[in-house]
Design a protein around this ligand. Sequence first.
Ligand SMILES: [Zn+2]
Length: 285
Amino acid sequence: MPIDGMTIGFYVGVLVALWILYYSIAGFRGPRLRYAAVAEGPRCQGCGYILYEGGGENCPECGERIVSDRRILERPAPPTPPVAMALGIAVVLFPVVVAVGYPVAAALDQVWRGETGWWIKTSEGFIIISATVEGRGANRRTDGIELHVQKPSGMRDFWVDPTYRRIWLPKSGPVAINRAGILHARGIELSGANAYEIAEADEVVRDIDLMINNQWNDSYFGWDRKGRYLLDPDDRYGPFFWLPSYAGACVPVWLIVSVVFGWRLFRRYRRRMMAHREKWMSAAS
Ligand SMILES: [Zn+2]
């Protein structure tokens, strides 16, 4: 599975943002003490000195007046709502669920999609035959075929119609997939074609014919082809979020698992918040 730097950067960035969110939420949760109480007792808000039981009105260390209600000094920070934690778990669970789903997907040929391309060298450059397929192995079926013909003026793209065995030429419409048709797509008439051009046309016809009959060379389909990028790789942004083709089927599972984890976190938070209120808020004033 190709794991590119941009995707890793995305995950790290999201987790750092959630980490900041966690501390932001914690920071906004009511007035916090400058020095939180420790097990031995509350602490002076001026210097942090631990105020043991039975002390006077002022801090023995710095002399600052101690708040009259010791309970306020003893009160720990309220629990932080687990918003950032729940989101962080959901973010991390996504690639985990997709990875765990792989053995399941591997057993189901029909969930795979693939694409392939190979080329024939010509005097003008290349003829590239590319195709998309559904399924893999014996269950692989041709989904679409494209022909890309390189000419001195640039690349020309043609759609192959697998049902009618024709290719569509932008100006002259459909031509049959045969020697004359392929030559026509290259702008060469059969009567004027040389032996190489005829051999190249025949090779293209043979390859397309194999594809239409789902006779594939399995070496054309590497593991890394059985998926797609969420954002297609290009010169400006690079590859981003490579997803195996079955990843879409993992989304409901991911949502359920994320909600279950989040729900448990919030339930635990509610319990802790209730205990906090009972102990520190209800009796006060
Ligand atoms: Zn002090």
